[in-house]
Design a protein around this ligand. Structure first.
Ligand code: ADP
Ligand code: MG
Length: 333
C-alpha cells in the first residue's frame, strides 16, 4: 500500500461530514468556513509511542486518545470542535494497525461532529499529531486566567483513574490481583486510560458561568499551579474532597490512590473556577450531562498553592508531568 492508497483508504472520509467544509482531504490545504461572529479556536497535541502510550498499545485506543486529548483542550476553552488535521508518522503501513487506529479516531470524531480535513503521512518512529480546530462565540471562550479570589475550584468526573489504568497497561499493577478484589475494576480503570472522555458538552455548558477552565492532562498538582498563576492568585485545596472512583479505591490503598489523583496525568477532566453563587447552577448543568462536578477548594489572594489534609497543610510528593524532567511517581513506558 503506498501513501496515496493509505490516505484514500483510511483518512479520506473520516469523522463527520460537515457542510462548512468547503474543501477537505485531497488538495494542498483545507478550506473551512468559520461561523459569523465566532472566533477560531486551534490546538495541537502529539502522542509519541513509549512516552504517551506503551509500545504495542491497541491501535484503536491510540486513535481515540490522539483525538481525545485535543478535544479536551477544545472543551477547556468552552468551544465547539469542528475540524481536525492528522500528522501521522508510521514505522510501516500495517493494514491491521491502520484499521484499528482509523476506527478509534473516526468513532470519536463522528461522536463529536468533527471532520478530518487533512494531514500528513510520513515514515518514522510512531508519532501522532492531531490539530483540532473549533469555534466559540466572540469573547465567550473560557480562559485559564479568568478566575477571581474567592472563586470555587471544582473538577469534573473522578481523578486518578487513568494513572491506575496506565499502571495496569504497563503491568506495574496486576489486573488479576485487582479483579480478585473488585470485579470489573481493572477493566474500568484501563478503559479510563485507553478511552478518555473529553468533557466537550460540559465545557460548552460552562460558558458564561465559569470564570476559568483548563483540562487536567498533566496531573492536578501541576495543572492547578498553572491555573492559579494565570490568574495571578493562589489556591487552597482540601484533598479529602478530591473525587475518586470506587474502582480506584478498590484497586490500591488510600496513599496510592491519592498520589494518582494528585499527580497522574491522562484523566482529561476539567478544572474549573466559578464564582460561589454560580456553583450550584454549574453543578446542575453537569448533572444534566450525567457528570459529577465536585468543589475541591478555592482561589485565594497571594500566590501560594496550599494542599490541606485533615485541616493541616502538606506538600504533595508528586509533581506535574514535565516531559523534560522525570518525577518519582511517573511510570516510564
Ligand atoms: P502535500 O504534499 O500537498 O502536503 P500530501 O500528498 O501530503 O499533500 O497529502 C495529500 C492530501 O492528503 C492532502 O489534502 C493532505 O491534507 C491529506 N492527508 C495526508 N495525510 C493525511 C492523513 N494522515 N490524514 C488525513 N489527511 C491526510
Ligand atoms: Mg504533505
Amino acid at each position: 500500500m503506498d501513501e496515496f492508497e493509505l490516505i484514500g483508504r483510511y483518512f479520506a472520509r473520516s469523522g463527520a461530514a460537515r457542510a462548512d467544509v468547503e474543501l477537505g482531504v485531497g488538495d494542498d490545504a483545507a478550506l473551512l468556513r468559520v461561523p459569523e461572529g465566532a472566533e477560531l479556536v486551534a490546538a495541537v497535541d502529539t502522542l509519541v509511542e513509549g512516552h504517551h502510550f506503551p509500545a504495542g498499545s491497541d491501535p484503536r485506543s491510540i486513535g481515540h486518545r490522539a483525538l481525545a486529548v485535543n478535544l479536551s483542550d477544545i472543551a477547556a476553552m468552552g468551544a465547539s470542535p469542528a475540524w481536525a488535521t492528522l500528522a501521522l508518522t508510521l514505522p510501516q503501513a500495517d493494514a491491521a494497525w491502520l484499521d484499528g487506529f482509523a476506527r478509534g479516531f473516526g468513532e470519536l470524531a463522528s461522536a463529536h461532529g468533527v471532520a478530518l480535513v487533512g494531514g500528513d503521512t510520513t515514515a518514522g518512529p510512531l508519532t501522532i499529531s492531531v490539530q483540532i480546530l473549533g469555534h466559540v462565540p466572540r469573547g465567550m471562550a473560557l480562559r485559564r486566567g479568568g478566575g477571581k479570589a474567592g472563586d470555587v475550584l471544582a473538577v469534573t468526573g473522578t481523578l486518578g483513574d487513568a494513572g491506575a489504568g496506565l499502571a495496569l497497561a504497563t503491568g506495574a499493577l496486576e489486573a488479576g490481583v485487582l479483579e480478585a478484589k473488585c470485579f470489573g475494576a481493572a477493566r474500568e480503570l484501563l478503559r479510563r486510560f485507553e478511552y478518555p472522555t473529553p468533557r466537550v458538552e460540559f465545557g460548552i455548558a460552562a460558558r458564561g458561568i465559569a470564570s476559568a477552565a483548563m483540562d487536567i492532562s498533566d496531573g492536578l498538582v501541576g495543572d492547578l499551579k498553572k491555573l492559579a498563576a494565570a490568574a495571578g492568585l493562589g489556591a487552597a485545596i482540601d484533598v479529602q474532597r478530591l473525587p475518586m472512583s470506587r474502582a480506584l479505591q478498590a484497586a490500591v490503598d488510600a496513599e496510592r490512590s491519592l498520589s494518582w489523583a494528585l499527580g497522574a496525568g491522562d484523566d482529561y477532566e476539567l478544572l474549573i473556577a466559578v464564582p460561589p453563587d454560580r456553583f450550584d447552577a454549574l453543578a446542575a448543568r453537569a448533572g444534566q450531562l450525567n457528570l459529577r462536578l465536585t468543589a475541591i477548594g478555592e482561589l485565594c489572594r497571594g500566590n501560594a498553592v496550599k494542599w490541606i489534609s485533615h485541616g493541616a497543610e502538606f506538600t504533595p510528593s508528586v509533581q506535574g508531568f514535565d516531559h523534560f524532567r522525570r518525577a518519582s511517581t511517573q511510570i516510564t513506558v
